[in-house]
Design a protein around this ligand. Structure first.
Ligand SMILES: [Zn+2]
Length: 298
């Protein structure tokens, strides 16, 4: 038992939830829309437009004051747990819209109609199964935290390879050190997620270390290198946002990081940076065949 307990404690990020993101004035996108729907649920009549302006900030400050929180106008680790509402099949209203907005970040394609029906239930269970959560169809605290803290995707069914707390926007715009079309995301031992629906093939080499090839149905592929562990079987079908492993320092790697390469369906290596930035920003990602092949990133 002692050995098992030790293995559990020291396996990196085994069942760790992503950190709650900080959402404050000037922010845009689906996490802002989510905050706005949840504030509406709590009786604040603001627009759910995805733009965190002064009206949203005032509503956050009022909500924080009413709940004994530091009234700083930013929704972070203290405010999210009070703001979220557990919803399940049969629930209706603004909190359901918030959950549907989040599920769509992971490619669920739901109508944001505030009606928690069978389609939303299926989407929740799929998300829970892909993220190691109890599959009960209830969007409760752990599922909420995994949804809003996770990488999600913009439109087009893409997801970030890392949690939002693990890498910021500028990290996704860095060119590779040797000028080749690739990116190194400098992180320690954190969860790595599939960026796209694909077949996950185990791949190893002396340079890549423990790697994965995520092969799309059109033949395009995304390679992850230097993992400390994989969490999918060889050949497993994964969706965008499915956890596929833990980053690390295997292979030819000077320090823990995630190396990513993209080959479009024609076999050409392409710059991952414009794709990653589009996913980060929640805008329609460029097609893989349109990605540049040189001078990647800034
Ligand atoms: Zn690299």
């Amino acid at each position: 038992m002692a050995v098992l307990a030790a293995m559990f404690l020291f396996s990196p990020s085994a069942n760790a939830l992503p950190a709650w993101p900080n959402v404050g004035q000037g922010a845009t996108g689906p996490n802002v829309t989510t905050v706005q729907y949840l504030l509406r649920h709590h009786g604040h009549g603001i627009a759910a437009d995805g733009e965190f302006g002064p009206a949203t900030k005032s509503a956050v400050v009022a909500f924080q004051s009413a709940n004994g929180l530091t009234a700083d106008g930013t929704v972070g680790a203290q405010t999210w747990p009070k703001l979220i509402v557990s919803v399940r099949q049969g629930s209706t209203g603004e909190a359901v819209r918030a959950a549907q907005t989040q599920l769509n970040r992971y490619g669920s394609g739901l109508a944001v109609d505030g009606q928690f029906g069978a389609a939303t239930d299926r989407a929740v269970r799929t998300f829970q199964g892909a993220h190691g959560l109890a599959v009960d169809g209830v969007v409760g605290p752990q599922t909420w935290q995994t949804l809003v803290g996770g990488g999600g995707g913009g439109t087009g069914g893409w997801a970030l390879p890392l949690d939002r707390a693990a890498a910021g926007r500028s990290d996704y715009n860095v060119g590779h050190w040797d000028g080749t079309p690739a990116i190194d995301l400098i992180v320690s031992y954190v969860p790595a997620y599939s960026m796209t629906a694909s077949r996950a093939e185990h791949y190893s080499s002396t340079t890549c270390g423990i790697g994965l090839r995520l092969v799309r149905s059109d033949g395009a592929r995304i390679v992850y290198c230097h993992l400390s562990a994989r969490s999918v079987a060889n050949g497993a079908s994964v969706s965008a946002g499915t956890r596929v492993g833990t980053t690390g320092d295997t292979g030819n790697s000077g320090a823990p990081h995630l190396h990513i390469e993209i080959r479009s369906a024609d076999g050409v290596k392409r710059c991952p940076q414009p794709l990653l930035l589009a996913i980060y920003d929640g805008v329609t990602p460029p097609s893989l065949s349109s990605l540049p092949t040189s001078n990647c990133g800034s």
